[in-house]
Each structure stands twice: as C-alpha cells, then as structure tokens.
Design a protein around this ligand. Structure first.
Ligand code: DX5
Ligand code: ZN
Length: 215
C-alpha cells in the first residue's frame, strides 16, 4: 500500500518545504493542469524540473493536459519517476506509454469517472499503473465518488487474471474515511491532497492513511 500526497493542496510558494513535510510518503503526486483539459491551471515543466532536483522522494506526475503525446515525454526527461497521461486526451496511448518507458519512467494511464476501463484490459501490459479518478479532475477537496468502486474492482480482477504487476491508483477525495473502501475494492496506490496537507501533522496523516488502507 503506497501513499502519494498531492501537492495541489500544498503552499505553492514554498514547495520545497512542503515536500519536506511528508518524509513518510512513497512519492509526491504532482498535478499538472493546463486550463484546457481541466478548468484549472497549476504548474508545469520548470517547476517539475526543480522539484526533481530538491525532492528526496520520487515524483509521480499526473498530467491533466491536452495533447499529452506532445508534452508528457518532457516530464520523464525532467526526472519524473512516473508520468500519468489521460486516456481521454491521448491520441496514441500505446505509443506514448512505450515512449515514457523508453525514457526510463513508469508509464500510467488515467481514466475519468465516466471513462470505461474495458478498452484497457488488453493493453495492461503497456502500463505500470492505471489511475482511476474518484472525482472529476480539476480541483482538490472534492467528495470521493463511490460510484467508481465497481470499476476499481473490475480493473483489479483484470490485472489479476492477466498476472501483470500493474498498480491501481485512486485519486480524489481519498481520506481516512474513504481509503478503506478503495483498498478493499483493489486499489494499492492512494493519492491524497487535502487529507494530508490539511492535517496539522502531514507525515502522520500519510502513515494513518497507509495503515487504514492495509487494515
Ligand atoms: C484532482 C487531482 C487530485 C487532487 C486530489 O484533479 O488530480 O490529485 O489533488 O485532492 P484531494 O485529495 O483533496 O481530493
Ligand atoms: Zn492527481
């Protein structure tokens, strides 16, 4: 069970310090939003390049951008350990995933709540992780969508049937209250923004989520 705090809920003027608040995390989840694929704008390549230099933790970059075929490889080159692109935005997702792996990053595909997982069942060997959005992407602090849990179950079953080492990440509304349901359905990587950065002790909040996920 891995916990990736999202710095979307951190202080953007002091990101290096905010990353030091979460030494207990398995990776830092970096939400890149372009103001087109989602109605919000966050940060981009220059910030990710610097974060990769100052962070002791691996960077898990979640690209909520149009044309990821064009932009995603640069994040792998910038030092991201993992790069996640959206299925809804990628023109050639298999080619893109192969390119990310060739550059040494873990490749992942993200699916919005209304995007079916079934087209990916035969493509699981092409990715290291599938991110299932448990909110509509764009903003932190939204409520966890329990309606996505059956999709988490179907994805986990397909991965088990294929015998592949593909991780299942859930992102959006993950908290002490919801993490157990996501884990029970088959998720093993948990993104949490407000539940971690809204806590007084962010490092302890990470450990609490991991403990609850494993329970
Ligand atoms: C939403 C982002 C999430 C977000 C999660 O579009 O992809 O990573 O930061 O924030 P919380 O945990 O507050 O829902
Ligand atoms: Zn995210």
């Amino acid at each position: 069970m891995r916990v990736h705090p999202s710095i979307l809920s951190a202080d953007f003027t002091d990101l290096a310090a905010e990353v030091r608040r979460i030494p207990t995390a398995d990776a830092v989840h970096v939400d890149v939003m372009d103001g087109h694929f989602v109605p919000n704008l966050t940060l981009g390549l220059p910030v990710v390049e610097r974060l990769a230099q100052v962070s002791d933790l691996p960077l898990d970059c979640h690209l909520m951008v149009e044309a990821p075929d064009r932009w995603a490889p640069a994040y792998a080159e910038a030092g991201a350990a993992g790069v996640t692109f959206h299925a809804e935005a990628a023109a050639a997702p298999v080619r893109l995933a192969r390119e990310l792996r060739r550059l040494g990053a873990r490749a992942a595909v993200a699916l919005n709540p209304a995007t079916p997982v079934e087209p990916w069942v035969d493509l699981l060997g092409e990715v290291d992780m599938v991110l299932l959005m448990t909110v509509e992407p764009g903003f932190g602090g939204q409520s966890f969508l329990d309606v996505v849990l059956p999709k988490v179950r179907r994805l986990r079953a397909a991965i088990s049937a294929a015998g592949l080492p593909v991780a299942v990440q859930v992102d959006g509304g993950v908290s002490a209250e919801t993490v157990g349901r996501a884990a029970e359905a088959g998720a093993d990587v948990f993104v949490a923004g407000s539940a971690v950065y809204g806590a007084e002790d962010a490092a302890a909040a990470v450990e609490d989520l991991r403990t609850r996920a494993a329970a």
